[in-house]
Design a protein around this ligand. Structure first.
Ligand SMILES: Cc1cc2nc3c(=O)[nH]c(=O)nc-3n(C[C@H](O)[C@H](O)[C@H](O)COP(=O)(O)O)c2cc1C
Length: 389
């Protein structure tokens, strides 16, 4: 990505401390920043904090001597590829909605012609006030992109809507904005996480899958413009609001959920780790501790990938193979037997690859070739996999 320049407009909301983290994260991702703070914002936090964390100019005053540019608000507006107002106070939102330009920040935004994200943060009553609701709607109708506030505990000691979105979500929105939208018009089903097969009401069979690989694929596919359905076994991970997430527990639920989405889908990516077995007879009561050994009879679960491979028609199906031995041979066999287009093969015995880590090292196996993907973040592996589409 060529370096994109983001203008961060900081107003005097108490969530301003979270915007320091947003700035830090954007710098780490290689964005170039320029920051404007309102006078009120500088009373909550020193511009020096933003200057240091953003490694950039921080402007606070329209009329100070020693300007960096000839006509400061016009020049700053010209230089940015994107603008983010965060935290956005009710006051500044009202000014923007009404074309008021009484400080450097509002004057610059009036002269700004590209896209602006507004990350709202305020007390629930301020947010629900008809004046604020009207102002937000006005700006939305003019094409401003809102990063909605969240429900939670607020600094004013109340619980409700008005919390600034988490820094990671704000950064994701910005990343998504700049990413090439090459998957628009594609419906992609991604499965992720483990499945669970119960033994009794308190015990079950499962595996170590965290869902990280599947969630990364879903998130990246969404960033690249696809319509994404994420079918997930139990996982602690969060996913963007724009992704249709369906929660499942058992293999049967996984299969049924895919079935419902399959007919109008273009791609199925099976990153879930379904249980290969279930107990023949699930006990309705908790099995009591026993002194002597006993057997649990296991039945094979249906091979979901094979099932959808048989009815795939012109869809693309990508499976995963977590193997501890004979990686390539086993993967090639799966590819053939299950009628898949690609297998993402990972050797779960390798360090920093496979279950429950942030990185992966895989081989993409198709009939024609084997592509070696060296150790990288799962989000980067996700993009390599999506490139296949
Ligand atoms: C401690 C403190 C916290 C505040 N937090 C918020 C807030 O979260 N959201 C908001 O809209 N206003 C908040 N305000 C009120 C704004 O600071 C006030 O409306 C100010 O005029 C906004 O100026 P600005 O929009 O030019 O930055 C807060 C004020 C104080 C003193």
């Amino acid at each position: 990505m060529s370096k994109k320049r983001i203008l961060i407009c900081v107003t005097a909301g108490i969530a301003i401390y979270k915007v320091v983290d947003v700035v830090s994260k954007l710098v780490k991702k290689g964005y170039e920043l320029e920051i404007i703070m309102t006078e009120a914002a500088t009373k909550l936090i020193s511009p020096l904090v933003f200057e240091t964390m953003g490694n950039c100019l921080v402007h606070t005053d329209m009329f100070h001597k020693g300007h960096h540019y000839e006509v400061e608000h016009i020049e700053i507006a010209k230089r940015a590829d994107l603008c983010l107002v965060a935290p956005a106070t009710a006051n500044t939102i009202a000014k923007l909605a009404n074309g008021i330009a009484d400080n450097l920040l509002t004057s610059t935004l009036l002269a700004y012609t590209k896209d602006t994200f507004v990350a709202v943060a305020m007390n629930t009553n301020m947010l629900n006030n008809v004046a604020t609701v009207d102002n937000i709607n006005k700006l939305k109708n003019r094409g401003f992109k809102f990063i909605n506030s969240k429900v939670g505990f607020l600094a004013c000691n109340t619980y409700g809507d008005g919390r600034l979105a988490e820094p990671v979500e704000i950064v994701e929105e910005i990343d998504r904005y700049f990413i090439k939208k090459d998957l628009v018009g594609k419906k992609i089903i991604v499965t992720a996480g483990p499945t669970i097969e119960r033994i009794d009401p308190v015990r079950y069979i499962t595996n170590d899958s965290s869902g990280k690989m599947g969630y990364s694929i879903a998130e990246m596919a969404y960033n690249r413009g696809a319509e994404v359905v994420l079918i997930s076994g139990p996982s602690k991970l969060n996913i963007s609001d724009g992704i249709n997430k369906i929660d499942i527990i058992t293999n049967n639920e996984l299969k049924n959920s895919i079935e419902k989405e399959f007919s109008n889908s273009d791609v199925l990516i099976m990153a879930a780790a379904p249980c290969d077995f279930r107990v023949k007879e699930q006990s309705k009561e908790k099995i009591k501790r026993k002194k002597e050994s006993f057997n649990l009879e296991l039945l094979p679960n249906e091979d979901i990938l094979s099932h959808f491979g048989k009815i795939k028609e012109n869809r693309l199906i990508i499976g995963f193979a977590a193997e501890s031995n004979d990686l390539i041979e086993n993967s090639k066999r799966k590819l053939e037997n299950k009628n898949l287009d690609y297998i993402i093969a990972n050797n779960i015995t390798e360090k920093d690859a496979g279950f429950n880590v942030d990185t992966n090292k895989v081989k993409i196996v198709s009939k024609e070739e084997i592509i070696d993907i060296p150790l990288m973040l799962k989000s980067e592996v996700a993009n390599k996999i999506l490139d296949l589409i």
